[in-house]
Each structure stands twice: as C-alpha cells, then as structure tokens.
Design a protein. Structure first.
Length: 335
C-alpha cells in the first residue's frame, strides 16, 4: 500500500535531515537491486498495479522509433496499460515518427494549457500525469541510443515485487563517445559528477547511494508523484529525489541496475545551464523558498561569443505545484 495518504501535502521546502545516521552500506545491500531479465509475458505475470509509461521527447527522431517499438511489446503483452510520448514541438519529425510506430503522442503544450506554456522536460513530466491513469508511472528518456527492454523491466519489476517501495530510479554505466569515435567507459554524466553528486553528498548524504541521481529512468507510485512539486526544467530529477526522501523516506526508495546507457552528448555550454538548474532545485530545498528567491535565480552568465563579454542565459527554474493540489481545487482533471 502506498505510503502517501490522500491528505499528503507538498514536502517541506527545506529538506529535513534524517534523525538517525543512515548506513549506506546497509541501504545499498537492500535497496540497490540487480539487473532483471524478464520477457514481456513474464513481467505481465508479475504485475500488481496498472502502469503508464511516459516518454518526454524533444528532437529525438533518431531514437524514438526503436524505443516505441520496444515499449509497445510490453503493452501488447499486458505488462503495461499505456505508452504516452509527450513531444516538445520537435522540428525533426519526432511526433510523426512515434505515431507511425504506434505510440499515442500528445504535444506538451496541449496538456493543461490553462497553466501556461510548457517550460521544459520537468513541466512535460508533470503535465503527463494529467493525461495518464496508471497507479504506477514510469518515465523513460527518449534519446537513449542503446535502449532495450531492461530499462522498463528493471523499474517495474522492483515496484511489482515490493509493495513497500514508492520510488525506483535506474542506475547504469555512462560511456562517453568522443568526436573521433573513441569510447571512454565511464566518461559520461558530467553534470552528475560535477554538480548533482557533490550537492547531494553535502546536503543530503542519505541519498549518496544513488549512483545516477540525474537518471531520467524512474518509476513511482502515482500517489507519490501527484504529491510532489515539479521543477519545469532540468532540476526535476534532483527535486524528485530530495522531495521523495522527505515525504516517504529513503527506505521506500531504491535503484536498479539497467546495464549501460548511451545518449547524445551536449556541449559544456549547454551542460553549464543544466547544472545551474540542478543547483537551483537543490538550493530551494536546502535554503527554502524565501532565501532562494532573494537570490533571484533564473539567469546564468556564460562566456560571451563573437566578441561579447558575457552571454546572459535564462534558465527555467520555476516549479509546478503538486498536481493533487490543483485537482482538489478543481483546476485540473484527467485529460
């Protein structure tokens, strides 16, 4: 049974530290789960709840077809109930390609339009909750180049098999491909290593056992997800970890081995803006809303290009309220 009651409110904006020292070795032994290999039919036989699978997608025509094909195998077998691709007005034909492969596709701007324009990945994930019904919701990134059934199976099997779990995150090796085609075995995940991991170790060491805190592969019970605020941009994964720990505790959270994950790499310039979003999301939960707003977050100064001294870059750091609060107020219903 879910640990989040119908009367749950948003997590405290300043994350409380655990009163007892968390033994990471013990947590890792019990809550760091091995890779699972199951066919769609075998996973369906273990199913204990309805499942919605959400794929936020932006300019991923090169990978979305393979991902949809794999996910629909599980839908046909009865392991999941729905597969939803939420497209961010991609210009490369992502939406049309996903539809041709059989997915249900919606534009993120068409979900909860009364809340204003969609601002980023986290916003799309939040809006997707209003367009799905599963008791469990699994989010999977749309740019994975080596996608396989292991991504979905690992997340769902953990929640099917253990009713005490509320939140499961993927962990994997992150190889890095250079421009010359060379592969550095553990060179990926630069924002993780330089921002997210140090931030969590300093401010919430109870979460230090999560090997890939910024992994987009995550599944959770709807009751928990609808009780969480969602940063609209790339701070969403950090916020979900911290807020879930605050609301249900690290004992209700786990990570599962998904093997390796290869995705497209972005420039350091883009990663700097992503790291800023992670920093703001974490700081909001450590310092509290009022202290953070005094800093007026939202703009990062990047080195100027073509002779300019600096390049001010606006970064989406706003947050959406827990969806449950909107639903109770009558402002939102299922799409």
């Amino acid at each position: 049974m879910s640990g989040v009651t119908e009367d749950a409110r948003a997590p405290a904006r300043v994350v409380p530290m655990p009163s007892d020292e968390v033994c990471l070795d013990d947590w890792l032994t019990r809550r760091s789960l091995p890779r699972v290999r199951l066919s769609p039919q075998e996973l369906a036989a273990r199913r204990t709840a309805t499942v919605s699978v959400v794929v936020p997608a932006r300019e991923v025509a090169a990978t979305i077809g393979q991902i949809v094909d794999e996910l629909l195998r599980f839908e046909r077998a009865g392991a999941v109930d729905e597969v939803l691709v939420v497209d961010a007005a991609s210009s490369d034909g992502t939406a049309a390609l996903a539809e041709r492969h059989g997915a249900r596709v919606v534009q993120e701007s068409d979900l909860l339009p009364e809340t204003g324009p969609c601002r980023g990945k986290g916003d799309a994930m939040w809006r997707a909750l209003s367009a799905t019904d599963g008791e469990l919701v699994a989010y999977l990134d749309g740019d994975t180049q080596d996608f396989g059934s292991r991504f979905l199976v690992g997340l769902l099997a953990a929640l099917f098999d253990d009713s005490s779990l509320e939140f499961v995150k993927g962990t994997f090796a992150r190889p890095f491909k250079t421009e010359k085609g060379e592969v550095i075995a553990h060179g990926g995940g630069r924002v993780t290593e330089l921002m997210a991991r140090p931030l969590l170790n300093l401010h919430c060491p109870a979460l230090a056992g999560f090997t890939q805190p910024l992994a987009g592969e995550v599944a959770a019970r709807r009751t928990l997800l609808e009780a969480l605020p969602f940063p609209v941009g790339y701070g969403v994964e950090t916020a979900m970890l911290l807020d879930a720990a605050s609301l249900v505790g690290v004992e209700a959270m786990a990570q599962v081995d998904l093997g390796t994950r290869q995705n497209r790499h972005q420039s350091l310039r883009e990663l700097s803006a992503m790291a800023y979003a992670v920093l703001v999301a974490g700081s909001r939960r450590v310092l509290g809303d009022e202290a953070l707003e005094e800093l007026d977050p939202g703009t990062i100064m990047l080195p100027g290009l073509e002779g300019a001294d600096v390049d001010p870059r606006r970064v989406a750091v706003e947050e959406r309220p827990p969806l449950r609060t909107l639903a109770r107020a009558g402002h939102v219903g299922r799409a």
